[in-house]
Design a protein around this ligand. Sequence first.
Ligand code: FES
Ligand SMILES: [Fe+2]
Length: 326
Amino acid sequence: MGKRLPMSIPYGWFFIAYADDLPRGKVQTVHYFNKEMVLFRTDNGEIGLLDAYCLHMGAHLGHGGKVEGESIRCPFHDWKFNTKGQCTEVPYSKTMPPSLKTKKKCQKTYHAVEKNKVIWAWYHPEDKEPFFDVMEHEEISHPDWVELEKFEWRFASNPQEIAENGVDVAHFQYVHGMTSVPEGKTTYDGVIRKSMAEGTRDIKQPDGSVKTKNSRVETIQNGAGQKYTRISGLTDTFLMVLATPITDEDVELRFAFTYKKCNPESLEYKAAKGTIKTLIGKTGVEGDIPIWENKIFHKYPLLCDGDGPIMRFRKYFGQFYCQQNK
Ligand code: FES
Ligand SMILES: [Fe+2]
């Protein structure tokens, strides 16, 4: 039997850390995309993401490396590297190797940006430069919206299987106990997929009366690693779905929510908390995880009417791989 999941690691911008967890001067190891990397923040607040193994004699910069000014010092022989991977000092050497002096030889770097209170790394299996950007969300850091509420899981799966779940409309009833989840209107535009479902919901008021409210769920995927959902109804809730491959068979999934600030006694507050509970519990991602961890991937599933646009979704997601297994 072949691999349970035949896919390789897709390309895109992926979560590697929350920005708040990396204060100035901090060094941390990052093990994603089957790579060992080191992430650090300089005294001026810049971030650096380098290959973890020092080009000199291979020490791991994430184990004992220290930030000094705008650079990181290797724990083995004290060589100093800036965020561009250039070696800026060999403290004991009177004649630095010419390739270091001319900056020909550098520590390998990865593209990393800070947006939406998240540090994102660009991963591409063929080391191509980024050709699209991380989208920015006005809700994050907005004074009217609460601080991020964060959840995380690690399990054996991959970003494609997680994303495909959203278009698998038939499973919502059987895994999540929901009567119907319309897929809504979907558009595909290059690396971006947008879907929007609109409807009405009856909401029971404290006095027993029922108010009908418009509800709207908008989901946007931008490359293999950025996905977010805006849920509007009684209140507005915003969710970042952050799926980062550790290897091609293991993934970390994070949900980061924010919602409009409101009184904790209000119906709006209860609605926002209710939405979060629904999306993280058995009615949400925790219902899916046992299926994802154990299923295999059928390249040609036996689909029937009512199954949702699985193959259209796969055609879209297939662009994020460089080899077969699309
Ligand atoms: S191994 Fe890093 S300075 Fe020698
Ligand atoms: Fe699901």
